[in-house]
Ligand binder design. Structure first.
Ligand SMILES: CC(=O)CC(=O)SCCNC(=O)CCNC(=O)[C@H](O)C(C)(C)COP(=O)(O)OP(=O)(O)OC[C@H]1O[C@@H](n2cnc3c(N)ncnc32)[C@H](O)[C@@H]1OP(=O)(O)O
Ligand SMILES: NC(=O)C1=CN([C@@H]2O[C@H](COP(=O)(O)OP(=O)(O)OC[C@H]3O[C@@H](n4cnc5c(N)ncnc54)[C@H](O)[C@@H]3O)[C@@H](O)[C@H]2O)C=CC1
Length: 257
């Protein structure tokens, strides 16, 4: 899809990989609709991108909030062509810790944001995309890009909920792509390794340091949000990519710890 003057909804837009995606898609000429639950940092995004962007405080886990956000995007820009799911949380705990079972509140939160939240955006964005006229050459109406994680295959100690949520994102990619193919809507997920964002800054330093020291092949460093965003842009622009999950991880392979 040519991104010039298209409309891209990005969740988790106030930080990290979502913010990087907003910048990259804006640089390609798209108008940006940034969703996040963090109102203050969304204002910074709007200030940075000016009239090319609008933002809305949206909780992706909440159906009514997502519907209202997509309605706002339609009212402001008249269409949705691209949806990028980056909102996510990484709360971790061991399955049993100090004799106590994994807190179900943590499980429910991680699944609600990472998995249900992704599907909420998919559902409402797809309805909006179906209103687009098909591209004259390709028949394309839209593209949905999800963020899974290397943890979907290789979750570490403490990542049961997170890994399950990200495996869920990977798992829904093919059936949703099949559901939406007849409408000219593609669905592709990205499985990042370790990227330098607020989420990773929140991990115990021992955890992130041991990944950088021992588990990343080459280049031996964390990824930068612009390196993730370059892949988002490529997926949006390359109409032949569909129904798959692409790793961007410098060859990282997680050990137990
Ligand atoms: C964000 C992405 O999408 C990409 C990724 O997933 S990259 C992978 C990110 N990994 C994680 O998020 C791991 C999550 N797990 C954890 O943070 C921790 O395991 C936990 C907080 C859940 C439990 O930690 P804990 O209660 O200290 O567990 P415990 O078994 O007692 O730990 C023993 C030791 O191993 C260390 N350890 C635990 N998990 C570790 C890990 N994954 N890597 C390195 N060291 C680890 C602990 O720091 C502790 O060290 P000390 O004894 O020196 O304090
Ligand atoms: N940073 C990394 O190494 C990796 C990140 N990921 C995934 O990439 C995505 C982006 O993560 P980062 O940019 O690293 O994290 P981040 O913490 O920098 O950004 C996540 C954003 O999501 C927002 N958010 C959280 N819950 C929300 C909700 N319910 N509704 C709306 N917004 C919400 C936060 O406010 C924040 O702005 C997440 O899905 C994460 O799981 C996957 C693999 C690796």
């Amino acid at each position: 899809m040519q991104l010039q003057d298209k409309v891209a909804v990005v969740t988790g837009a106030a930080s990290g990989l979502g913010l990087g995606s907003c910048r990259a898609l804006a640089a390609a000429g798209a108008r940006i609709v940034g969703f996040d639950r963090d109102a203050d940092r969304l204002a910074a995004l709007r200030d940075a991108l000016g009239e090319q962007a609008m933002t809305a405080v949206v909780d992706v886990a909440d159906e009514a909030s997502v519907k209202a956000g997509i309605d706002q995007a339609m009212a402001a820009f008249g269409a949705v062509h691209v949806a990028v799911n980056c909102a996510g949380v990484a709360d971790s705990a061991k399955t049993v810790s100090k004799g106590e079972p994994f807190p179900l509140t943590t499980w429910n939160k991680v699944i609600a944001v990472n998995l249900t939240g992704t599907f909420n955006i998919i559902r409402f964005a797809a309805v909006a995309m179906m209103r687009n006229a098909p591209d004259g050459d390709t028949g394309e109406r839209g593209v949905i890009i999800n963020t899974s994680s290397g943890a979907a295959w290789q979750g570490q100690v403490g990542q049961a909920a997170y890994a399950a949520s990200k495996a869920g994102v990977m798992g829904l990619t093919l059936p949703v792509a099949r559901d939406l193919a007849e409408h000219g809507i593609r669905v592709v997920s990205i499985a990042p390794g370790l990227f330098d964002t607020a989420m990773v800054a929140g991990l115990p330093p021992k955890v992130s340091q041991s990944i950088v020291d021992r588990m990343i092949l080459y280049p031996n460093r964390m990824g930068r949000p612009d390196e993730f965003a370059a892949l988002v842009r490529h997926i949006a622009e390359n109409t032949y990519l569909n129904a798959t999950t692409i790793s961007v991880d410098a060859g990282a392979r997680m050990q137990a710890r």
